[in-house]
Write a protein that binds this ligand. Structure first.
Ligand SMILES: [Zn+2]
Ligand SMILES: [Zn+2]
Length: 192
């Protein structure tokens, strides 16, 4: 029993350390999971709203085919922020005589996956490439977030697709001021 107690204390310590380590990079809509200490999306209506996610639903009934884009902002304002999106989907069902078949089709980030989501993988690098020459810089997500915050041009919520436009430059090689960004996943065997 005392062994269990010390283990839970140790877990508590690890969690606190991980929280302190990642806190500067977290943004609203994201949290540290208590089991595996990874950065995870908050699975509530408020979380979806804060992350700027767009969720598309479609009804599978042949004679309905309704298409719904959830208005997370309105749902938060109506006091549904702490509910899971599933509750909204239920409330948006149509009155089909055989029951609505409204289902989630996609939940996307229009500006690309937020940088905070890449903090889980130590080996992921983000490439900032010049649009006018072959120069490119590879940096871990943390370094990118730190630089964005320093320059007041973004933070962990910045999407990977909009990142390039937030880089001021100039390019060290050609002086260019236009950049694009991409994620380089680790190429370890057995992954991806
Ligand atoms: Zn329907
Ligand atoms: Zn260049």
């Amino acid at each position: 029993m005392s062994a269990n107690l010390s283990r839970s204390k140790r877990d508590e310590k690890r969690r606190a350390a991980r929280l302190a380590e990642l806190k500067p990079f977290l943004v609203p809509g994201w949290q540290i999971s208590s089991d595996n200490l990874r950065v995870v999306a908050v699975a509530t209506v408020l979380g979806f709203y804060q992350r700027g996610q767009e969720m598309l639903l479609k009804c599978g009934r042949r004679d309905c085919h309704r298409r719904v884009e959830i208005d997370f902002r309105a749902a938060v304002q109506a006091g549904r922020g702490d509910q899971p999106p599933q509750h909204l989907i239920q409330a948006l069902r149509c009155g089909h005589w055989d029951g609505c078949k409204l289902e989630e089709v996609s939940a996307i980030y229009p500006k690309g996956v937020p940088l905070v989501a890449y903090l889980n993988d130590k080996d992921v690098l983000i490439a900032i490439a010049c649009e006018q020459c072959p120069a490119r810089v590879l940096l871990p997500p943390r370094a990118i977030i730190e630089r964005l915050k320093q320059a007041r041009r973004g933070d962990g919520s910045t999407g990977i697709l909009e990142l390039g436009r937030r880089i001021r430059g100039p390019c060290r090689r050609c002086g260019g001021r236009e950049f694009r960004s991409e994620v380089l996943p680790p190429k370890a065997p057995g992954r991806r």
